[in-house]
Design a protein around this ligand. Sequence first.
Ligand SMILES: C[S@@+](CC[C@H](N)C(=O)[O-])C[C@H]1O[C@@H](n2cnc3c(N)ncnc32)[C@H](O)[C@@H]1O
Length: 230
Amino acid sequence: MNEFKIASKIYHDYSFKEGNQHIASEYNLYHILKYAKEKNVTKVLEIGTGIGTILSLFQEAKKEGFLKISNYIGTEANEFCLEQIQLNCYNHDHSDLNSSIVSDGSQIDLNGFELAIIDGKAPYLEQVVTNLLSENALILIEGYREDQVNRIKSVLDLNKRPYDYFMRFSTWRNPPYGPFHQKFQAGHTIFFLNPTKNDREFCGKMRRLARLRYHGRKVVNFRSLVKIIG
Ligand SMILES: C[S@@+](CC[C@H](N)C(=O)[O-])C[C@H]1O[C@@H](n2cnc3c(N)ncnc32)[C@H](O)[C@@H]1O
C-alpha cells in the first residue's frame, strides 16, 4: 500500500469510531507518512494521542512495510480516550510496533525522537523540544495552533538551534464521510531542525507557492489527483 491508501484507510476507519470529533485529517495523515518516509523516521512522539488515529497509522504503515518505525510514545490522560486507544490500537494489533501511552510529557522515558507530532495540549512542549528530539528532527503541529508554533520558535531560538518551517494549509476537500463538515481538510505546520539545503529549499518553495495553492484549491480537488497518481 502507498501513503494515500494507508492514510485514507485509517481516516475512513476512524471516521466511524466513537469519539471521532477530534481525529487528525486525512491530509495530515498522508503527509505524516510522507515526511516520515522521506526522513527514515524510526522513533515517533505524539503529544495528544486522542482515540489513536495516528498510532494506528504507524501500526498500519509498519505492518505494510511502508515505514521501519521501531518506537511510538504518545501522551494521553483522558479516560475515555485511553479506553478507545485500547480498543482501537491494541486489541487486534499485529504490527510489532513498540508503543506506549503515558499520561503527560514528564513521563516520556525515551529520547532521540526523529518526529514529534503535536496534537493536543502540551504543557511540556519546551522540554520536549529541548531534550527529547534528535539532531535533525521534524516537528509537526496538527491544525492551526499558532500559540504552539510560537512557543516552538521561541524555544528553538533560545537554544540557538537552526530550523526552517512553513505552514501547509490543505488543498484537499473533506470526503463525504467523517466528522468534519467544512469544505477543506485541516493542514499543519512543519519544522525542520538543522535543515539540509534541500529542506530549506523545500520550505522556501512551499512559502512561495502558498498563495497559488490557496487559490488553486478552489478549482482543483488535489485529493482526487493524489488518489490517481499515488
Ligand atoms: C485533537 S485531539 C487528538 C487527536 C488524535 N491525534 C487523533 O488523531 O486521534 C486532542 C486531545 O483532545 C482530547 N480528545 C480527543 N478526542 C476526545 C473525545 N472524543 N472525548 C474527549 N476528549 C477527547 C484528548 O485528550 C486529546 O489529547
